[in-house]
Design a protein around this ligand. Sequence first.
Ligand code: NAD
Length: 484
Amino acid sequence: MKQFLNFINGEFVATGKTFDKRTPVDNRVIGQVHEAGQPEVDAAVAAAHAAMKGEWGRLGVVRRTELLHAVADEINRRFDEFLAVELADTGKPHSLASHIDIPRGAANFKVFADIVKNVPTESFTMTTPDGGTAVSYALRSPLGVVAVVCPWNLPLLLMTWKVGPALACGNAVIVKPSEETPATATLLAEVMNHVGIPKGVYQVLHGFGPGSAGEFLTRHPGVDGITFTGETRTGEAIMAAAARGVRPVSFELGGKNAGIVFADADFDQAVAGITRSAFENCGQVCLGTERIYVQRPIFEQFVQALKARAEALLIGPPEQPGVGLGPLISAEHKQKVMGYYALAKAEGATVVTGGGEPAMPAALAEGHWVQPTIWTGLPESARVIREEIFGPCCHIAPFDTEEEAVALANATDYGLATTVWTTDLGTAHRMASAIEVGLCWINSWFLRDLRTAFGGAKASGIGREGGVHSLEFYTELRNVMIKL
Ligand code: NAD
């Protein structure tokens, strides 16, 4: 049985306490995860501080960024291994993980290495009251020991999205992967050792949140900052932990994103785009759209077209050719999503398609499969429209005017992303500025340029990462003033 060990100070560490890792495809146990307790957290924090005071702290940006390029190259060399373990952990389609999760996981190291190497700092000259001159310039120093707490939906990609810039800026990281997806973070530890990243710079602690590695790590006074991706409620708990010692946080949290389709949109492109934003990764994407608003003249036609797309999605395991929809991550998450499927009916929804479990072959019967689901007819007050479900489902409602679409999109506590489909340039620009989100896609969805800012407004997050914006969190900006 595969053992997922902690990685502390350059060594793989077993603990006396393990829990099962099951694959979502058929619920088989595929490994034992070694849960870190307080002693392992203490050891990792001490090793990270030693690394910052040692070779890593003295390395300099050029050598550091060379090492990060080597990390990316080594991930790409071991691409098939990373892909295999990510598929085993998540059950997502091979086509998705091979095009997004693993290549982006590697790219995150190169992109941030190059940004950090090339970013300038400011300098000002001023006249002093005595008629002399003073020159100021800025220095960036690493934040220190950074806790990276990760979710399960895009495990390698979202983890390296934090680890890449953190290491490029000269920090040491302690990663707490999701208990559901321990594999790629553990495999990355082998890569770190292989390319010569010094001990204590990249460490991995496995376990859960409350009363386990997540809480012990985020409460640890030796952690200088916390970057977290996950549910808004978990963010609140981590923020409370970070308050002690006034430690900075960077949060990428939940969403209840609106997709908006105007009557003048390229119809086929809009249907294809919303099919992805509603169902990709079995709806387990923070940027996904569970609320769709379609302008009235094309409403019925759109509902029927999306229904046809949903029903054409092939549900199956990662390696099955043509598969478009994998399982949900866990039995617990399936229970949550099926709860919302039942709630939608109780709230009076019209079930356009889905709403239940698909019939699967006997070998896959224990997997966490659900049908892609579309509802109409619910009032905006319905819980299914207000709460993040994180499943392959959406509610579609009609709208008449641009103002109405903006009001509907903004009527939520969240503010992560939106996708707007229109061929009118004026409409596109007005919508982009009026919808209260961190990320607005026009005639596209989940299209990323890693140099741009990423993050959520309102309850969807704190701070922005991506490009130079990552430096805001991962470095301390200092000012030096010299009186000449
Ligand atoms: P989660 O909040 O349940 O767990 C995320 C991580 O936090 C896990 O590693 C977990 O063990 C840890 N954790 C839980 N409680 C903790 C605590 N009290 N202290 C410290 N650590 C704790 O989220 P999830 O279910 O893994 O992921 C799905 C959620 O993530 C969704 O809400 C989704 O919208 C969000 N998400 C957001 C983004 C974004 O960029 N905004 C990206 C991906 C996922």
